[in-house]
Design a protein around this ligand. Structure first.
Ligand SMILES: [Zn+2]
Length: 190
């Protein structure tokens, strides 16, 4: 599920207009009346020029805002990785309070619990946006390999959770993702 900029990140309304800047024609004024576009005027503010406008809640946003807000909705990340022979290990990362839990295997109780500082948590959230995990496919699978490594990532949100999973196949950002998980947990994750 890629991020849809035309859904309001504040109220989820689909009644969203594209904001147009610059010279205004008569046609554009007609279009604005239908709510399809919104006229932003001739002056583009160099620091912040929102691209979308919600006809329901009157809020405005840029693509960057929409991406940031989509990631802010993730409350927790639950990762499970392993295989039939080596067992599965789990990582749970709470993005609201910074708690990180690592369980080496389903059968062991030796779970590591650390709490990230606010600074580290913010860095991790930024790094997570860098992995584009919300734009990954639902599933990656290489059917030529039996057993091997299976992985599943659950992005916990209010409402519907988002799931990414794979079997011996990975998105191109996988290495980067492993790196940031290893960094915050201090455990080798690959
Ligand atoms: Zn809205």
């Amino acid at each position: 599920m890629a991020i849809n900029y035309r859904i309001c990140p504040y109220c989820n309304s689909k009644d969203v207009a594209k904001i147009l800047y610059g010279y205004t024609s008569g046609d554009m004024i007609m279009s604005e009346a239908t709510g399809k576009i919104k006229l932003g005027g001739c002056l583009i503010c160099l620091d912040y020029s929102p691209e979308y406008y919600c006809n329901s809640c009157q809020k405005e946003w840029t693509k960057e805002d929409a991406i940031y807000l989509a990631y802010e909705k993730i409350k927790e990340i639950k990762i499970s990785i392993g295989g039939y022979h080596q067992g599965f290990q789990e990582f749970h990362i709470n993005l609201k309070d910074g708690r990180v839990c690592h369980k080496p295997s389903l059968y062991e109780d030796d779970s590591l619990l650390i709490t990230l500082s606010t600074k580290l948590l913010e860095k991790f959230k930024n790094d997570l946006i860098g992995t584009s995990i919300l734009n990954w496919r639902r599933r990656y699978a290489n059917n030529d390999i039996l057993d091997g490594t299976q992985w599943e990532i659950v992005l916990v949100r209010d409402g519907r959770n988002i799931i990414r999973s794979g079997s011996n196949d990975y998105p191109k950002e996988w290495e980067n993702f492993c790196k940031i998980i290893s960094e915050i947990s201090g455990r080798d994750f690959s």
